[in-house]
Structure formats: C-alpha cells, structure tokens
Design a protein around this ligand. Sequence first.
Ligand code: GLN
Length: 303
Amino acid sequence: MQSQQIVDAVHAKVAPLIGCGRVADYIPGLAGVDPRHFGLALATKDGAVYGAGDWQTPFSIQSVSKVFALALVLSHDSDAIWRRVGREPSGSPFNSLHQLEHDLGIPRNPFVNAGALVVVDQLLTLTGDPCLAVLDLLRAEAGNPAIGVDEQVAKSEAEHRHRNAALAHLVASYSNLTNPVDAVLDQYTAQCAIAMSCGDLARAAGLLARHGLRSNGSRFLSRSDAKRLNATMLTCGTYDGSGEFAYRVGLPAKSGVGGGILAVVPNRCTLAVWSPGLDECGNSYAGQAALDTFTTLTGWSVF
Ligand code: GLN
C-alpha cells in the first residue's frame, strides 16, 4: 500500500468517530474549536508528506510542544534535566498537584505540566527565550517560517493559568525552579499556544524518526538521546492513558489538549493527527483511533 492510500484508508475508517469526545474547555480560547475537524499527515524520514482531511489547517499544538522543548534541552546537555525531572509514567492527570507534592517537587516526567515547566525553566537558562527556540526548531525542520504563536489562545490560557501557576509555585517551593515563576509561566503558555498544521508537525518531528538527525543531515540529538526521548514518549506521552495507548498503537507519541497527537515510527516515518474531541485523559478520541488503525493496517509499530 502506498503512503497516500494508507492515510486515506485510515481517514475513511475513523470517519464515524470524528466529533466524538469533548473539546478542551478549561482554556476558553480552545473551547470554540469545531470538534468535527480531522487531519492526518504522514512524513517519511526523507521528508515526503502525505495527508488526509484537514492536514494543512493550523491548530493549537499545546503539549505536543513539550517534545521539542525537551529535545532542545537534551541537545545542550543530556544529563542535567534528569536530576530535576523523573521519567516514570504518572498514572495521574497531567496537571496533578497532589502527585507533585508527594514527589517533593520532582515532577514524575517531563510531559506532565509540572515536568514541562521545569524543562522550560532549564531552556530559559540555556537560551533566554525558550518559546523562540522551539519556534526556530519547528520552522527550520518543517521548512515553514510562518509557524507562530496563536496570540488569542496564548492570552486566554494566560488569563486562566491558575493551576499551572500553582504547579510552578509548588515546584519553586522545593527549589526546583531557577528562574522567576512568572517568566517560566509566560514562556510555557506561549509555547503551548504554538499553532501549526499536521503536515508541518509531522515534518518537524522527522529527527525523531532519523535517530536524532536534522532534515539537513546534521546531528541534533545523540542516537541514545533520540532513543530515550522516544522511549519517554511511549511510556509518558499520553499521560495516564499511556498504557492503553501503547497497547492499542504501540508507538512513541505525544498528545496535546488541542486534539493533536504526534507519533513516531523509528527509522521510517512520523505521523501527526488532529481531531479536537478528547477522551477523559485529554487525548484525542478520533486521533487515537486513527493511530490504532494505522499500526493495525501497516504493522508499523515498534513491537
Ligand atoms: N496548555 C495546556 C495546559 O497547561 C497543555 C495541557 C495539555 O496539552 N495536555 O494545561
């Protein structure tokens, strides 16, 4: 089966599920998004892109951005961040406060919100502008300089960031933030509000399918760090749905409450899917079904 036939077949199979689930409404800027959107893109490791549905429509990538922030931190120093953040699945909601307190301010993994705040803190120290660093990486790897922050979503999230502020202050109370809490929150919020299409997202993540090599062939991550990042996505990338996701799909992946999911087939391709209706863990309902259908149809999983 050719790649275009694959994405078309997946789209057709999940069509009845599009619109199921609930759009994230705790961020008012996301609440108005039409739940009937569905986009799917497959980018081969050589950069060819195939898409179905709304694959060229920009959407709010939200927590998918956490993969690129962590990749940037690892590209500077592969060890330091792991003294501040764990790498165990959380088994708890992505914005859990009580788990963070139980773990004495060391977030369970870099993909729950508290962990991502620590990653952003580290990237702030390293670069001075984490959101711009993430944007530069995304723009270069996707080959699209127009990728940017959706200012309306960023403003809305900033106005409703009480829970993330509580997490950041709790981390800071355990001396696990090095920059001012508000500076970290501003950067985290902006990063989550990056908008881009499935096609650009799949292409931008190609370095994870190429064992750490950028689109121009230069090395961005060591082979080991690329392996570790993919492994962390597999075990923690879809929050307390990670076990079920691994069971159904069998690929490293990262979801966001905008309804996007990025998945990696190492040494072969990356996939980005977007459908805004979410399940109770905050993962796209039709998006997970699409990736389940994809690996079942092609046999391209890591297992
Ligand atoms: N910006 C969202 C938040 O901080 C990201 C959460 C997500 O995508 N899971 O709550």
